[in-house]
Design a binder for this molecule. Structure first.
Ligand SMILES: NC(=O)c1ccc[n+]([C@@H]2O[C@H](COP(=O)([O-])OP(=O)(O)OC[C@H]3O[C@@H](n4cnc5c(N)ncnc54)[C@H](O)[C@@H]3O)[C@@H](O)[C@H]2O)c1
Length: 332
């Protein structure tokens, strides 16, 4: 049986893609995750699962030696963009060093295609949206810098060693299996956690920031096509979000879906891009992307799932690397 490696297999995108591959293809899925941000319950029982941190190059080489892997999907990362300036060391080790280990093994073991989940964060705040793939990367935070660095490393690996890659820049996918217990990331998940716990949903700034959102199931076939289609080789492709919303509007849509009598609370503004959404024509052409699930439907599905989840303890960073400039809401 041919084998696909999915890193971050316990997380949102990795778990949903592995479910789809198992149900719809003849590939066996090999999964790696350290369960730092995803959950064992999310992993399909048919996945051959290895639990470790990708910063461990020796362990990773063992997996590549034992499994005859053909394709790599790299989803593992800690995607807390706003927090990344306060945990720089962790961010760069976890998001760059881990990725470079995977690139090293993919070169050594002749992987046919490396699909990397980069981020819209590489565009930063100097461009007028919608962001097009041809724009030069200009990230404004360490998370975006890490994604940019990995994109560059893949280009070098392709140029020098012939590694075939496809870079996908997803934009605010949400849905079942998402981590809703982390205080710092996944805006819809943070609000769901707050609403479930009878807290008001929090918004940094005045809520006029603009973002687009997509339901996770709409990402699966495009991600699959990214490793299968020859015309995706060496390409960078935005994925997600054909309709943009202000953050206040998105929050009110979710509040309506939950049927709760609750209002958002507005916090101090934070360091972030105000307007960020991207073009999607390339994803339609090369990946067959279709925006099937709108925000009302998608958040309704996720809310039904969230209500049935165990009451896990909220994840709060035990000690920031830098306290200077940390936002009030994150102090306690
Ligand atoms: N969800 C989105 O809309 C979105 C948007 C932009 C970029 N991305 C990128 O896509 C990828 C997947 O996103 P997601 O939403 O599924 O995130 P997620 O947090 O749900 O999943 C990431 C998984 O990686 C694991 N992980 C993290 N660091 C690891 C390490 N060093 N070694 C082993 N495992 C590790 C975590 O435990 C988690 O299960 C990430 O790289 C993220 O940066 C996602």
């Amino acid at each position: 049986m041919k084998k696909i490696l999915i890193t971050g297999v316990a997380g949102l995108l990795g778990s949903r893609l592995s479910d789809w591959i198992i149900d719809n293809t003849n590939y066996e899925v090999i999964g790696i995750d350290d369960l730092s941000g995803g959950f064992i319950e999310n992993i399909n029982p048919k996945v051959k699962f290895y639990k470790f941190n990708l910063t461990n190059l020796n362990k990773l080489k063992e997996v590549f030696k034992n499994e005859n892997i053909e394709i790599v999907y790299h989803f593992a990362a800690y995607a807390a963009e706003g927090l990344s300036p306060f945990i720089r060391k962790f961010n760069y080790e976890n998001n760059i060093i881990a990725s470079s280990n995977l690139i090293t093994c993919s070169i050594e073991f002749n992987i046919k295609r490396f699909v990397f989940a980069s981020s819209m964060a590489v565009y930063g705040d100097k461009y007028e949206p919608p962001f097009h793939e041809d724009l030069l990367q200009a990230p404004i935070d360490p998370y975006g810098v890490a994604k940019y660095a990995v994109e560059m490393d893949l280009k070098i690996a392709s140029h020098q060693h012939g590694l075939n890659y496809t870079i996908i820049r997803p934009h605010n996918f949400y849905g079942i299996n998402q981590n809703i217990w982390d205080k710092y990331r996944n805006v819809l998940g943070i609000w769901m956690y707050q609403i479930l716990n009878k807290e008001s949903p929090t918004i940094f700034g005045d809520g006029s920031q603009v973002r687009a959102f997509s339901y996770v199931d709409d990402s699966v076939i495009p991600f699959w096509n990214a490793s299968q289609n020859d015309n995706c080789k060496g390409e960078i492709i935005n994925l997600g979000g054909t309709k943009e919303y202000s953050i206040s509007d998105a929050c009110n849509i979710l509040i309506n879906v939950t049927g709760q009598n609750i209002k958002p609370v507005y916090l101090e503004p934070r360091h972030e891009s105000k307007y960020a959404w991207a073009t999607w024509d390339k994803s339609i052409e090369l990946l067959g992307f279709e925006h099937k699930v709108n925000l009302e439907e998608g958040t309704a599905k996720m809310w039904e799932w969230a209500k049935k989840q165990p009451n896990r303890e909220r994840y709060v960073w035990p000690e920031y690397e830098l306290n200077k400039g940390i936002y009030e809401y994150w102090k306690s």
